[in-house]
Write a protein of this length. Sequence first.
Length: 85
Amino acid sequence: MIVVKAELHSAVTGEITSLGTVVIDNVGGNRTRGNYRARAFRKGSDFIKGLLRGQQTREGSVTDPARLAEPVWSLIRKGLESMAF
């Protein structure tokens, strides 16, 4: 599972504010190719609380990317695109 958190770190107050979380789960495939589910969660929630409280806002999927040939950022980009971000 890949968890990508967006946070705002205030240079003035030092306060940290969650802007959102994306979770990408492996849902199948083989050693070289994979299938993934991507989910986005509301501002201010971590993904566990979001799962428990229904704060998921979007869901998408990434089918058959090359696991070893592409960097993780490529999978994150594809996950965001699949959710229409």
